[in-house]
Each structure stands twice: as structure tokens, then as C-alpha cells.
Design a protein around this ligand. Structure first.
Ligand code: NAP
Length: 328
């Protein structure tokens, strides 16, 4: 069997090179599963791994890809048999465990989810980790009492993978979505996804000295962190909820206690990587059903392994729009 993989190598001088290589098909051990990959996707973390970011990957040579869908080729676990349609997102896959950008992927069975039957492997990889994260974020708003009647929801980094899917899911559920984006030329795209209003990042991302501003948003799905999240928190309405999953702007959050102690605002962290398999499965089932959006095709750029370097650069430059689907 041939195993074509996108491999990142660390050179002796500390620099990194990457490209497609034929590598051996992994041998599975106890409680491990070998997946014949059909699709993967691209996430910001993959882009960081591809340039040797030590916060993501320290073991080289390394195969990128934190998402994969496919069919079980071989199983040493009682939970899976050859032919099962499965997917894996997160855990250590694509970080220091070889990832989904190869034909055959070896993972512990404990990371594997059976694909819901009412969604294809292609659709589920368009969602990928970004969609799972958007779904987890929307779920937290719903579980904490935010309804379309509560008021507007702000989505930051709105044209990115997590942001664009969050805009579309929230709009499908009947929420009035206000999107923040740095891309003036993508206002029409965001409105097609369901945003009611688009605020340009430059008009929102200025440090306001006031500890709070006029109450506006019932909820926030933040994907960028930094000053944008800090300013968003100041505008959350009484009893509102903000979720925080990303750091594209900054990992820093310089805030104050007033929104929390005077308006009862709740800030909820989202982790799609290590969260329990049951929690992932519950959101995958929702993404296959009530969260399933009509605009997947408009969001998607389909590529193959040879296109990864160019796509990684777009992600690293903060210019990504929607989702990259990787055909293996
Ligand atoms: N916690 C988790 O489990 C989890 C899971 C997935 C992703 N994440 C994190 O969530 C973040 C978003 O992921 P993603 O896959 O959506 O990334 P992405 O596709 O690269 O999108 C990020 C978006 O952020 C906006 N942006 C770019 N530079 C910015 C800046 N300097 N300041 C403010 N906004 C900026 C851009 O959208 P606009 O031009 O429209 O503003 C960009 O498209 C990343 O930090 C990622 O690591 C976390």
C-alpha cells in the first residue's frame, strides 16, 4: 500500500522544509486503529505546525493535519471494525502525532468517532475542527439561556473558519448576527452567510478607556482574543454570554471586572481539542442535523496535498476565507 503524506522536516540549521513524500504505512498497536483517509481540512494550527511552531509541534519529521475522515482499514480495538466510517479531530493528532494529511492515519481508538450517518465524509471535513469549535461555541450560548429573542450575537474573525461557520449556524437558528471582519471586500459574502450587519475591524479595534459601553450584544462568539474580545465584553448585555476560542489577534486579554459584576456577563472558554469524546459526538450530531448549514459549498475551497504550502501561507497571513477541504 502507498502512503502519500505531507511531511515537515527540521533541517540541521534549525529551518524547516515541507512537501509530499511517500512514507511507510504505519503499523498499529494495541487499541489503535488505521484509517484510510478520504478527506482532511486545514486549520490555523496546521499552518503553525507546517512552519515548525514549537507551541504546536516539536517532533520532526511530522505529518500535518488535525482533522481526518475516512474508513477503518485495520483495527486492534473492540470498538471498530474494518469498513467503519469514522473521523478524528484534535487530541494530539497533527501536533506530535502524525496527522490527517496522508493516505493512512494511525490513531488511538479512544480518539475516534463514528461518523453520523446523515452527513458525508466530505461535509464533515468542511466543518472539521473549525466547525466543531463553532458548534461548541453556539451550544454554550444555547445552554446558557441565550435565544434569538435575547438580542444580537457578535461574531469576531467572521470570515475565518470558525467565524464563518458560527455566522451561518447562528443565522440558521434565527439569531441576528453582527459580524466583525477585517475584509471590506467580503461584506457581501458575510451577508450571504446570514450576517445582518458587518462591522469593519478597524472601526471596532480601538482601545476605549471606559470600562463598559452601551449594552448591545446578548452573546459573543469570539475567535480572535486580544483587544477585540476586551472591547466586545464591554458591550455585552445584562446576563449575556461570551465564548472565547482563539487568539488570532492576541493571546492577551486586558479586561476589567465591571461587565462581570455589574451585568452578570459570563465568559466561557471553548476547547475542541481535549474535550470529551461524548461532547464532540453530541456536537457532530447537531452539525449533521439542526446546526447543518446550507452554505457549505460557498464556504469551501477544495485542494489536494500539493496545494498545502500556498494555503498555509494564506492562513498565516490572516487572509483565510471560509474552509479549506483537503482531498486525500
Ligand atoms: N479552542 C479551540 O479548540 C480552537 C479550535 C479551532 C480554532 N481555534 C483558534 O481560533 C482562531 C480562529 O481559527 P480559524 O480556524 O477560524 O482561523 P482562520 O481561518 O485563520 O481565521 C481567522 C480570522 O481571524 C481574522 N483575523 C486575522 N488576523 C486578525 C487580527 N490581527 N486581528 C483580528 N482578527 C484577525 C480574519 O478574519 P476577518 O478578516 O474576517 O476578521 C481571519 O480570517 C485561531 O486562533 C485558532 O487557533 C481554537
Amino acid at each position: 500500500m502507498k502512503n502519500s503524506a505531507f511531511v515537515v522536516d527540521k533541517n540541521e540549521d534549525g529551518t524547516f522544509t515541507s512537501g509530499i513524500k511517500e512514507i511507510s504505512v504505519p503499523t498499529i498497536g494495541e487499541n489503535e486503529v488505521l484509517i484510510k483517509a478520504s478527506y482532511s481540512s486545514l486549520n490555523f494550527k496546521d499552518a503553525l505546525s507546517s512552519v515548525g511552531n514549537p507551541g504546536v509541534t516539536r517532533n520532526f519529521p511530522h505529518v500535518t493535519g488535525i482533522d481526518v475522515a475516512g474508513v477503518v482499514e485495520e483495527s486492534n480495538s473492540a470498538d471498530f471494525v474494518k469498513g467503519d466510517e469514522v473521523l478524528v479531530t484534535g487530541y494530539d493528532m497533527g501536533m506530535n502525532t502524525d496527522g490527517g494529511h496522508q493516505s493512512f492515519v494511525k490513531v488511538p481508538a479512544a480518539w475516534v468517532v463514528k461518523k453520523p450517518s446523515n452527513i458525508t465524509d466530505k461535509e464533515i471535513m468542511i466543518y472539521g475542527t473549525a466547525g466543531l469549535t463553532a458548534g461548541l461555541s453556539v451550544n454554550e450560548l444555547l445552554n446558557n439561556g441565550i435565544t434569538p429573542e435575547s438580542g444580537e450575537i457578535l461574531v469576531t474573525g467572521a470570515t475565518g473558519g470558525v467565524g464563518s461557520i458560527a455566522v451561518a449556524i447562528l443565522s440558521k437558528l434565527g439569531f441576528d448576527v453582527v459580524a466583525i471582519s477585517g475584509k471590506e471586500e467580503k461584506i457581501a459574502f458575510l451577508k450571504e452567510l446570514g450576517a445582518k450587519e458587518v462591522i469593519l475591524r478597524k472601526d471596532f479595534d480601538s482601545e476605549n478607556k471606559k470600562p463598559m459601553v452601551r449594552e448591545r450584544f446578548a452573546g459573543v462568539v469570539d475567535t480572535v482574543g486580544g483587544n477585540i474580545l476586551a472591547e466586545a465584553l464591554k458591550a455585552v448585555k445584562y446576563d449575556g454570554v461570551a465564548t472565547c476560542c482563539g487568539l488570532t489577534a492576541s493571546f492577551k486579554l486586558n479586561t476589567n471586572v465591571f461587565p462581570f459584576i455589574l451585568r452578570g456577563v459570563r465568559l466561557i472558554g471553548i476547547d475542541s481539542v481535549e474535550c470529551k469524546l461524548e461532547k464532540k459526538l453530541a456536537v457532530w450530531n447537531k452539525l449533521a442535523d439542526e446546526f447543518n448549514i446550507d452554505s457549505l459549498a460557498e464556504l469551501t475551497t477544495e485542494i489536494s496535498l500539493k496545494d498545502l504550502p500556498e494555503a498555509y501561507q494564506v492562513l498565516l497571513d490572516g487572509q483565510a476565507v471560509g474552509r479549506y477541504l483537503v482531498k486525500i
